[in-house]
Design a protein around this ligand. Structure first.
Ligand code: FAD
Ligand code: NAP
Length: 557
């Protein structure tokens, strides 16, 4: 274990005493000798037509590059989605021994400022030639790099080649047990189970540093696919809790802070290095000797299924009729909370009913289908919306319906097995929803239309009993009018005689007519949600229609 000592200089900047220099994070935050000036690529080389500039005097000679190996070609390759590290998006902790092993042209790792890059794919694109790059093969190339490349924004150029961070050298503290009680910097290895160490993602770690007015907690997830919705932060009284979800695992930082902080904090994610920064504002500008005291499961990294659900009390701020029996509920998160429910996931609502805490799952929606196109009336990082059908003979929903504006209901952390990457490169998205089974489709639909450039068509087939039961019918029709990629078809099981649209239940005939794929090779996803028998029958029909497992996602509890 290493203890990172910190002190503050007069300007309130954090000074690292026994760490490598600050890690590269955002590409434009290059901290070279000329930091503050623009960073640029070795511009005296053919870079696909960019303006020539004067070469810095200590630059090495450029060597001719092969056809198709210009900077533009390299950028194209890095954007192609090809796995350039061979690690399938994982970030690992690299020991010196491991680094040394990767010292050949076709397997060449180099460490720069504590970060390790696999530069083999880059060899032929390196303007200084392969031999120059090989001088640092399997070793720390920071000094070499600084001699000739100090101005190069390598963090951005090589971000797809990032293998991970150099591992800290283990150094046992004098009194290990004493160290465990008071958190002053890096903690001992997380409590990782044996099986996890072998099979799951690498264990994250955390660190903290301070200035006069701020305390920053940094979580190194060692994964690239980290977003703002991967971390959930709750601060109540002096208890600070940050849960990071990494694949099916949960990493928890849970401490009783040693000093008071202000209500608002910010959460930043540096996706390309998998780093999360939580910036807390001190109440008083004093120097903290330690972060705080560990609380239950602090610094643990365990399968999510083995963690209990954490709840926070949210206030009901509005309730609006949507149909004769379905309402849009808006709940406000408590202050000092960061929680964004990922697309396709649900939460649990908890209420005390006749002396017992009752819990039911609900899927958050946007405040409207057009929320991506207009300024939200209320900021969506504070409010969570639900479309909930009230069953008069139900157990939970009549109680929920009884809540007055200002009353509280507890909301859990998100759950669910929908993965957003299922939507990547999608061409056709088919949504089959029955009744409130429409709720998970709302965010999926919004996300796909806004964020998936390859998307050509989204078709929703929406099953209800009568016209009066259709949730957000006019919004759906408006969206179909506005966005030609979107089509909606309503199917009613008990329509009036005036209904001229489709009627009946989910059936192979309806599905085969509806699910027309563009070509044999087009990437398709079919999402299903509704009463359990509806979903089960639908799944069977889809398999019979030869859609593969990967092409079907059913929303269940
Ligand atoms: P329940 O007490 O469960 O009763 C529901 C209906 O069934 C009532 O009409 C009741 O009379 C009848 N019933 C109950 N027991 C029996 C029985 N033994 N025999 C015959 N009939 C019976 N719902 C939403 O509205 N919005 C959502 O966003 C949403 N998201 C969900 C997400 C997931 C992952 C899951 C699994 C469900 C979701 N649901 C959602 C459904 C929700 O969780 C509840 O099941 C629903 O609100 C009903 O709860 P209740 O306690 O009021 O009714
Ligand atoms: P509903 O009004 O009872 O049913 C909606 C439509 O589906 C109606 O046309 C209904 O026909 C039809 N239907 C019902 N059972 C069917 C079956 N076995 N086969 C074919 N069609 C069937 O629906 P709801 O009350 O809104 O209930 C929605 C369901 O979705 C709930 O069970 C809820 O738990 C579930 N849900 C799940 C999630 C999730 O993420 N897993 C999210 C939200 C909702 P008839 O009424 O005429 O029979």
């Amino acid at each position: 274990m290493e203890i990172a000592k910190r002190t503050e200089n007069g300007s309130g900047q954090c000074v690292h005493l026994c760490r490598p220099p600050p890690a590269p994070d955002l590409p434009m935050q290059h901290r070279g000798a000329d930091s503050g000036s623009a960073v640029f690529w070795r511009p005296w080389i053919d870079d696909g037509g960019e303006k020539e500039q004067e070469a810095p005097h200590n630059a090495v000679e450029a060597v001719p590059l092969k056809q198709g190996r210009s900077l533009m070609d390299w950028i194209r390759l890095t954007k192609s989605g090809k796995d350039l590290t061979g690690l399938k998006g994982r970030l690992i902790e690299v020991t010196e021994e491991e680094l040394k092993k990767h010292n050949k042209k076709d397997d060449c790792w180099i460490c720069i400022r504590g970060f390790v890059y696999n530069v083999s794919p880059y060899m032929e694109y390196h303007p200084g030639g392969e031999d120059e790059l090989m001088r640092a093969a399997g070793s720390d190339g920071t000094d070499l790099f600084d001699q000739v490349h100090r101005w190069v924004n390598y963090e951005s150029m090589l971000k797809e080649c990032l293998v991970g961070r150099m591992a800290m050298k283990p150094a046992l503290p004098k009194d290990y047990h004493e160290e465990k009680k008071v958190l002053n910097g890096m903690l001992p290895q997380s409590q990782v189970t044996d099986t996890l160490a072998k099979e799951g993602p690498s264990s994250p770690s955390y660190d903290w540093f301070q200035t006069d007015s701020l305390v920053t907690i940094v979580i190194y997830t060692k994964q690239k696919d980290i977003n703002l919705d991967s971390v959930i932060v709750d601060h109540r009284d002096d208890s600070f809790r940050a849960e990071t979800v990494i694949k099916d695992y949960s990493y928890l930082v849970h401490v009783a802070l040693s000093h008071e902080i202000q209500e608002d904090f910010s959460v930043l994610v540096v996706e390309n290095v998998g780093k999360i920064e939580i910036v807390l504002k001190k109440k008083e500008n004093t120097s903290w000797k330690c972060l705080g005291h560990p609380q239950e499961n602090h610094n643990s990294f365990i399968p999510k299924k083995d963690t209990g659900l954490f709840y926070r009390k949210c206030q009901l701020v509005s309730k609006e009729d949507v149909t004769h029996d379905t309402k849009l509920f808006c709940l406000m998160l408590p202050p000092s909370t960061h929680l964004e429910v990922p697309v396709g996931q649900h939460v649990y609502l908890r209420l005390p009913i006749t002396g017992t805490e009752i819990v039911k799952p609900y899927t958050p929606v946007c405040d409207s289908l057009f929320s991506e196109f207009k300024e939200p009336v209320l900021p969506n990082n504070i409010y969570i919306y639900f479309l909930i059908k009230i069953y008069p003979a139900g157990f939970f929903t009549p109680e929920l319906d009884q809540l007055q504006i200002g009353d509280y209901v507890s909301v859990s952390n998100p759950e669910g097995n929908f993965i957003i990457s299922q939507l990547q490169e999608l061409e056709d998205l088919f949504l089959l929803a029955a009744g409130t089974g429409f709720t998970p489709m709302v965010k999926v639909l919004n996300y796909a239309l806004t964020n998936i450039p390859s998307l050509r068509k989204v078709k929703l087939m929406f099953f209800n009993k009568t016209e009066d039961d259709i949730i957000w019918r006019s919004q759906l029709e408006k969206l179909a009018f506005k966005d030609k990629r979107f089509e909606v078809e309503f199917v009613l099981s008990a329509p009036t005689s005036e209904w001229s649209g489709k009627q009946g239940y989910i059936s192979p005939a309806l599905l085969s007519e509806f699910l027309k794929r563009r070509s044999d090779t087009s990437k398709v996803l079919i999402c299903l949600c509704g009463p359990t028998p509806f979903t089960e029958q639908g799944m069977k029909m889809l398999h019979d229609l030869n859609f593969s497992k990967d092409e079907i996602h059913s929303f269940t509890a």
